[in-house]
Write a protein that binds this ligand. Structure first.
Ligand code: GDP
Length: 220
């Protein structure tokens, strides 16, 4: 007997791009899940595998569109936000200064953001930019899953050891971490289940009384 697919894609619709912190974004109705990672980490490939589409994330890699946040409606159940890949060495400081406020503004201000998937390449230690991003996510307090990409590039045993080392280095709970390969599809259903769990969890911005929290400890 095969396990049922935790995320069957029945409807997938591109909603549009957000180009600046104060720019257009889709109407705030559905819960949102954001995907972040440095350029080339395998984000488009992961999204295509997750959505079971060959070129679903293509818009994000079109020239001129790579610095925008791209939104997709998935099954009219949630909005997937594909954030610009960060940390390209050849991006000038001025360009960085443009899109950092976009990424950070979106993550800290989106009222329906339910979770973030941070991508890391199994073969590489986290970059300075990865660490800045992970610190930022921790500061915001948004639930975060770490997807370790391209695990097929290592021998299975090596991949397991690398994932363990990354967890130890970053202080991650193994429950937060999904090993993933777009090449083999390994980890696809596990990641889909983790997204469903994020969507089912109570809104992290609200306390037990349904009131908006101002940050940890403020309501003591
Ligand atoms: P993005 O810039 O983060 O969107 O990364 P891409 O998805 O475009 O992938 C960057 C490169 O890594 C491409 O050459 C992909 O073919 C390759 N890649 C991505 N995911 C995997 C994977 O799971 N396994 C292998 N072997 N290569 C991958």
């Amino acid at each position: 007997m095969t396990t049922p697919d935790p995320l069957v894609i029945r409807h997938l619709e591109y909603l549009g791009p957000m180009a600046t912190r104060d720019g257009w974004r889709p109407e705030i109705t559905l819960p949102e899940i954001a995907f972040v990672g440095r350029s080339n980490v395998g984000k488009s490939s992961l999204l295509n595998t997750l959505m079971r589409r060959k070129a679903f994330a293509r818009v994000s890699t079109t020239p001129g569109r790579t610095r925008e946040i791209h939104f997709f409606d998935v099954n009219r159940q949630f909005v997937l936000a594909d954030l610009p890949g960060y940390g390209y060495a050849r991006i000038s400081k001025a360009r960085k200064a443009e899109w950092r406020p976009l990424i950070e503004g979106y993550l800290s201000e989106s009222p329906t953001l339910r979770g973030v998937v941070q991508l890391l390449d199994v073969r590489h230690d986290p970059t300075e930019d990865d660490l800045v991003m992970m610190d930022f996510l921790a500061e915001v307090g948004v639930p975060t899953i770490v997807a370790i990409t391209k695990t097929d590039k290592l021998k299975p045993r090596e991949a397991v050891e690398r994932v363990q080392a990354l967890c130890a280095r970053l202080g991650l709970d193994p429950d937060q971490v999904v090993s993933f390969s777009a090449r083999t599809g390994a980890g696809r259903d596990e990641l889909a289940s983790a997204l469903m769990a994020l969507l089912a969890a109570p809104d992290w911005r609200l306390d037990d009384n349904g009131e908006e929290t101002e940050g940890a400890g403020d309501d003591a």
